[in-house]
Design a binder for this molecule. Structure first.
Ligand SMILES: [Zn+2]
Ligand SMILES: [Zn+2]
Length: 397
């Protein structure tokens, strides 16, 4: 019992740790304990260690850590991918041989499909690159219009030396500009972008199905073991007492250790896969990429602080830029302490006022101070189904 509880706690601890390390950065958790634990993990603890190290050891630990840490975090290395693949492969290697003869023939084809499909999708996610090259740059410039809130025309990538298409981002690990950049995924050793996002979504779905279906099968097999080894009297007693319930299940898992251990692992990692899937479904619903969530949350903070002014581009400049994109917006947003006044000039590639008019000039009343993000248009949000079509790589124009 003690050993089993330790294993369960260790697996639970690892899942929670991975969840906080990966998800804690999200704006959603900014003011929650998850966000605090994430900052503790990535900022407070490293700062504390660095302080102690510089006082006691002359900074040697930090020097060593920076050498290995920068390799782990900044280089495109396969360690996490190998860990992920081993977990998947070893789990199946332990679970399948004892489970297979006990499965009914109706389950067998499904089990095969559920086991094989994640490997194929994982392979596609890793090898499919969404890089913008000089060959596809012209096409990529047409993929999305600039929304002039998150993405402005006229910005160059200083490394790739071309104009940055809307929704793209340069990845310093991949050393390339990535189309519809979502995030650099250390698990995949690759950036998730326009070309592999469909495989990525399907991978999350297939892993969730694998872990949930695997947990259910594991449970059913353990129930068989229970019926086989546990007498009717004890089973009756289980209904009344939680302690007996836990004790009997502990002995069942010990009697069937291979199925039991992998069942526990699947049960505890399934919420992680489902959380990723739910989060990315939310992003599709909201018409955002992971990269854009942080840009939107910066806007949100500026709006709440009262620094954002909005006007209609057509009204202010007589400029409207129609496109084939399903959602049109003429909004123009600027961030400043003061509303634009007099002969102001807007910076063309950002949301700043490049030059304010004379302070005594009248305020331009066509600009409205924003109080809520509901007043900001996201042209990449076309409604769930069109967003999904776009995320899956189909044309929406
Ligand atoms: Zn670039
Ligand atoms: Zn990358």
């Amino acid at each position: 019992m003690g050993a089993l509880r330790t294993v369960a706690l260790v697996i639970l601890g690892i899942s929670t740790f991975i969840f906080i390390a990966l998800f804690g950065r999200l704006p959603l958790f900014r003011k929650t304990p998850v966000g605090f634990l994430h900052r503790t993990l990535w900022i407070y603890i490293p700062n504390g260690i660095s302080f102690i190290d510089s006082r006691l050891l002359g900074g040697r630990v930090v020097w060593l850590w920076k050498r290995s840490g920068s390799y782990v975090l900044n280089e495109n290395h396969p360690l996490v991918l190998i860990f992920f693949l081993s977990l998947l492969f070893i789990g199946e290697y332990i679970f399948l041989p004892p489970a297979w003869p006990r499965l009914s023939s109706s389950h067998k084809p499904w089990v095969l499909a559920v086991v094989i499909i994640p490997y194929l999708l994982l392979y596609k996610c890793v090898v499919t690159k969404s890089f913008i090259t000089s060959q596809n740059h012209e096409e990529e410039m047409k993929r999305y219009p600039y929304d002039r809130a998150l993405f402005h025309p006229g910005n160059h990538c200083s490394t790739c030396r071309f104009l940055k298409p809307a929704r793209s981002k340069h990845c310093s690990i991949c050393r390339a500009c990535v189309s519809r950049h979502d995030h650099h995924c250390v698990w995949l050793m690759n950036c998730v972008g326009a070309q592999n996002y469909p495989y990525f979504l399907l991978l999350l779905l297939s892993l969730s199905v694998l872990l949930i279906y695997g947990s259910v099968l594991g449970y059913l097999l353990l129930c068989q073991t229970l019926e086989q080894y546990v007498s009717l009297d004890v089973r009756e007693e289980m209904r009344e007492s939680w302690i007996t319930h836990i004790n009997v299940w502990t002995s069942v898992i010990t009697l069937d250790p291979k199925i039991g251990a992998v069942f526990l692992l699947m049960l505890m990692t399934a919420p992680l896969a489902v959380a990723f899937l739910v989060y990315h479904t939310y992003l599709v619903w909201a018409g955002m990429t992971t990269n854009e969530t942080s840009k939107w949350s910066d806007w949100k903070e500026d709006v709440l602080d009262g620094f954002v002014y909005k006007a209609n581009r057509n009204e202010v400049f007589g400029l409207s830029s129609p496109s084939d994109w399903p959602v049109h917006s003429d909004q123009i947003l600027v961030t400043d302490n003061e509303p634009p006044r007099g002969e102001y000039v807007l910076a063309s590639t950002s949301n700043q006022i490049a030059h304010q008019g004379r302070p005594d000039a009248p305020v331009d009343v066509r600009w409205r101070r924003l109080r809520s993000m509901r007043d900001v248009d996201n042209i990449y949000d076309m409604g769930f189904w069109l967003n999904l079509r776009d995320a899956m790589g189909f044309s929406v124009q």
